[in-house]
Design a protein around this ligand. Structure first.
Ligand SMILES: [Zn+2]
Length: 488
């Protein structure tokens, strides 16, 4: 694979991240905000067709023309508890869900955004049938924020609260069938400026934003709950919007492929069109439709603007801080004190990311106390980048050496350029038979104490002292329990 010089090519990339909020109800009605897993007999099917009309300025959107030319029929499946007349566009929307609005404001705050004085809902033209009404409601809840990556700051252009679209069930001939369960579920959209200049920076920015979202404890985290779109362009090319990049690891590949695609067109002297494209699992993309113009937004007249009060802002700030430490502690099974420390030291995103591959309580200890200890030894801990630590934990592969061994390895990781794999493989692991011998010996020599107290824990402490990090805690515990059973 040839190496692309993204800087020289003038590559610019912006992210659009969509996340479902985990509120009980939908955004504009009290239907349950959840996906229906099985079909049942009580569902209602209705058919609709969509026609294009001119926007406020008398212009018809190019993307709308493109879709309407297909002449499709749409069928919608309605569910008893998950959709009502609001989803069917037969009833005026109700007031916006306070829980969803509050969560959206929290997210805007976490992304360092300015919050507008009033929230105005707008209608955004959506013409592929995924919205019965032909538009999606959206409101800006934050602007001009930022997040920092290792490669520089990425500005957040805006954070919006939106309603999710209906989910496609089947496409048969000229008929598309959509389920109404997802329509109207509260969604937050985060759009960055095109401040991203390398595939790796894009991945990192998406990962940081995703981490912050999870921290609120108010978003769904199942696969597909966070969806990423990429806007990519190079000098002489044009902005293309790539929809539906499902995983973080696919982001760099999709950017690389898109840059190559645009570069080939530019080199051949051809025009690059502003497209909406769909990401495919191998990182390549396919054409979906032309990029919609500015004519697709107009005001939502069925909902009055919502004034953002001081109270709402304080509430967003307060509940966020409280929820964050408690939620982090509960979800990752670490003490509340450690969770607070991590949040105060601004390491929450790093912690979340690292503990995906390793015992969260050890990761928490490393980030809060081990690194401090190393810093006091004048070791350049900043060399321990997220990437390097990630490699290290994944190379440890679940093994849990004792603190001293861990510190020795982390020092090596910071001071040398040795591959993490090599450093991790330097820990010896005792065979089970050796551990068992040590356990038997300790049980024998501490018989009296063991009978009186909580035996397993006492033996555990003594054994771990003796094996000095050459065995995994959970394995030792298992052997201890087996041996205790034998003696009793
Ligand atoms: Zn409803």
């Amino acid at each position: 694979m040839e190496d692309l010089d993204y800087k020289k090519l003038g590559m610019k990339c912006g992210l659009e991240i969509h996340v479902q909020l985990s509120t009980k109800n939908k955004l504009f009605c009290s239907c349950l905000s959840r996906l229906v897993k099985e079909d049942n007999d009580r569902l209602l099917r209705i058919q609709r067709r969509l026609r294009t009309v001119a926007g406020e300025l008398g212009e018809i959107d190019t993307a709308a023309i493109h879709e309407s030319e297909k002449g499709k029929t749409f069928e919608y499946v309605s569910y008893p508890e998950e959709s009502c007349l609001v989803e069917l566009d037969e009833e005026i929307i109700h007031d916006v869900s306070p829980a969803a609005l509050s969560a959206a404001l929290q997210i805007a705050r976490l992304l360092n955004c300015e919050i507008p004085d009033e929230i105005h809902f707008m209608r955004k033209l959506v013409i592929d049938g995924s919205n019965i009404s032909g538009f999606q409601r959206t409101a800006i809840v934050g602007m001009n924020g930022f997040i920092d990556t290792d490669f520089g700051r990425v500005r957040i252009a805006n954070v919006s609260l939106e309603e999710d679209s209906a989910q496609i069930v089947s496409r048969l001939g000229n008929k598309d069938v959509y389920g109404l369960d997802r329509l109207g579920m509260p969604l937050v959209e985060i759009g960055t400026e095109a401040d991203i200049h390398s595939p790796e920076q894009a991945r990192q920015a998406a990962e940081k934003i995703g981490g912050l979202l999870k921290l609120t404890g108010k978003v769904h985290s199942h696969l597909g709950a966070i969806r990423q779109d990429l806007n990519v362009s190079i000098s002489g090319g044009a902005r293309s919007e790539i929809k539906g990049v499902q995983s973080l690891s696919l982001i760099p590949k999709v950017i690389e492929e898109e840059v190559k695609r645009q570069l080939a067109l530019v080199l051949a002297g051809k025009n690059v069109h502003k497209d909406v494209r769909r990401a495919l699992p191998d990182g390549s993309t396919e054409f979906l439709r032309p990029l919609p113009g500015a004519a697709r937004l107009y005001p939502e007249t069925d909902h009055v603007p919502v004034a953002v009060t001081e109270e709402m802002l304080t509430e967003a700030k307060k509940t966020m801080k409280k929820a964050t430490a408690e939620e982090l502690s509960e979800r990752c099974k670490i003490s509340l004190e450690l969770a607070r420390q991590i949040i105060n030291e601004n390491k929450a995103v790093l912690f979340e990311s690292l503990s995906e591959n390793y015992d969260p309580s050890i990761v928490a200890n490393i980030l809060t106390s081990y690194l401090k200890e190393m810093k006091s030894e004048k070791i350049a801990v900043e060399k321990l980048t997220e990437e390097r630590l990630k490699e290290f934990f994944s190379a440890l592969n679940g093994r849990q050496p004792a603190k001293e061994t861990m510190l020795r390895m982390l020092r090596e990781l910071a001071m040398t350029a040795l591959p993490a794999e090599k450093i991790a493989s330097s820990i010896e692991t005792l065979p089970d038979s050796d551990i068992r011998k040590i356990v038997e010996k300790i049980i024998k020599s501490n018989k009296d104490a063991i009978e009186k107290y909580n035996a397993a824990n006492i033996i555990m402490g003594l054994v771990m002292k003796e094996v000095k990090g050459k065995a995994q805690g959970n394995k030792v515990m298992k052997i201890i329990q087996e041996e205790i059973k034998k003696t009793s």
